[in-house]
Design a binder for this molecule. Structure first.
Ligand SMILES: *[C@@H]1O[C@H](CO)[C@@H](O)[C@H](O)[C@H]1NC(C)=O
Length: 442
């Protein structure tokens, strides 16, 4: 039985590949078929993972589904699927790994169990009657993440029992699954969907839900039930769906009016059809670089041998990933690094942004900073690098001033000598011959 169906599949595949050599467009998607292995006592024992292939076509009559190549022998033919996706989302080249590429798109396909939705805003979709006979089929869900990590697709497919020819019924996708934003600007979290309009399920309506998740905590951001045209009550402010776009173009993007630190986290866009659910996750990171200031400003004029202390304050940044360091550029243009200074602990403001400072102690007796130069505080932060500088002037060292003081010393010595000479000449007796005689005798 198994071998005959295997033979049948292979024969079909071969036939198809002969018939459809002209097939273009949709790449073959390499996938993992993942299924829970039933364990003892009804508990799943482990996950079972098998290689799988999805041949994709955009309509039943189009010959695009087949690859010209034979399927690899190490793939179980029952894990090879002929998928029909009229929306062509599965055809995106980002789900196809180029020959010899190290980076691979991700794809996982699982058996899917249609069930009435339990969430409040989607419950009306399945409120009527018993589950339709239409549900009696093989259902699969597939989740894909493109090569660039940006395009994510989640698909629910229906296949007449044991045919391995699933049709996509619901696709939910996002073209940017990793979003970074500065503070205070509007943010769009992209999510769109497609549903098979000929499916009896689509006639019953749909619902869209956005949830927020961060470090284990979650909350509902916004939810909309298209069947009754109602938004769920939520406590979230400044987050909205464009309802008309939702109906017209199936654009389920979430709009955050003004990015705040508390918005950092994972957003899950879920689309419900009666008994079906598909979702994609989008990570949002609010990244705001610090504002820097150096104090005291301006720096007091310093002397060689003095120890001075300078502080660099970094404020208003998020996330809390900051490196501060110091640099010195002398009059000769030479750059010296002065290290990190002493980093303080951090404080968090009510808007969620952080502040932190670094204190630099400079012993001008040990460091040779010449006559001074530019002292710069350098901040390295995921939101961007920032620098700020101040001028350090050291007096009493270096070039002309040394010459000046030497000249002054010379003048002073000269004067001293002259005075001494005069005093010798007028206030002391002129040395006698006997004096010189004594010296000679010695
Ligand atoms: C969906 O709507 C958002 C916000 O209105 C917009 O920025 C985005 O481009 C739309 N996406 C598509 C695919 O039209």
């Amino acid at each position: 039985m198994a071998s005959s169906s295997t033979f049948y599949t292979f024969a079909l595949l071969t036939l198809n590949s002969i018939l459809q050599v002209y097939g273009t467009g949709c790449p073959v998607v390499e996938c993992w078929f993942v299924q829970e292995k039933p364990g003892r006592g009804g508990f799943p024992a482990a996950m079972n993972q098998e290689r799988s292939l999805l041949y994709v076509r955009t309509s039943l009559d189009s010959g695009e589904a087949q690859s010209q190549q034979k399927p690899p022998a190490d793939i179980d033919p029952t894990r090879i699927y002929q998928v029909t996706d009229p929306s062509a989302s599965l055809c995106s080249s980002t789900f196809h790994s180029p020959e010899g590429s190290v980076k691979k798109p991700q794809c996982e396909i699982n058996p899917f169990l249609p069930q009435p939705s339990t969430v409040k805003w989607a419950a009306p979709l399945t409120s009527s009657a018993q589950s339709p006979i239409y549900l009696q089929a093989d259902w699969f869900s597939a989740s894909l993440l493109g090569l660039d990590g940006q395009l994510a697709l989640s698909s629910v497919m229906r296949s007449a029992k044991a045919t391995n020819e699933p049709n996509v019924i619901l696709n939910v996708f996002s073209t940017s699954t990793s979003v970074r934003s500065r503070l205070g600007v509007p943010v769009v979290l992209d999510c769109g969907f497609w549903m098979e309009s000929t499916s009896p399920l689509s006639e019953l309506g749909f619902a869209v839900e956005w949830r927020y998740q961060f470090r284990g905590a979650g909350r509902l951001v916004v939810a909309y039930d298209a069947k009754s045209d109602r938004l769920a009550e939520t406590s979230e402010e400044g987050a909205e769906l464009d309802i008309s776009a939702l109906h017209q173009t199936r654009n389920a993007s979430l709009l955050l009016q003004e990015a705040q630190v508390r918005h950092t986290g994972t957003y899950i866009c879920s689309v419900y059809l009666p008994y079906l659910l598909a979702q994609v996750a989008i990570d949002l990171e609010i990244e705001e670089p610090p504002s820097l200031s150096i104090s005291p400003s301006p720096l007091p004029i310093s002397f060689p041998g003095q120890t001075i202390s300078i502080q660099c304050d970094a404020t208003g940044f998020a996330p809390l990933t900051l490196e501060l360091s110091w640099e010195f550029v002398g009059a000769d243009g030479k750059v010296q690094t002065l290290g990190q200074g002493g980093m303080s602990g951090h404080r968090q403001a009510s808007d969620g942004t952080f502040s932190q400072n670094s204190r630099l102690t400079l012993d001008l007796g040990k460091l040779d900073l010449g006559r001074g130069g530019e002292i710069t505080c350098v901040a390295i932060h995921p939101g961007g690098h920032r620098r700020t500088s101040t001028t350090l002037s050291i007096i009493g060292v270096g070039g002309p001033s040394i010459e000046d003081s030497m000249a002054m010393v010379a003048v002073a010595l000269g004067l001293y000598g002259l005075i001494k000479l005069c005093s010798w000449m007028f206030s002391t007796p002129v040395p006698t011959d006997s004096d010189s005689k004594e010296k000679k005798d010695k």
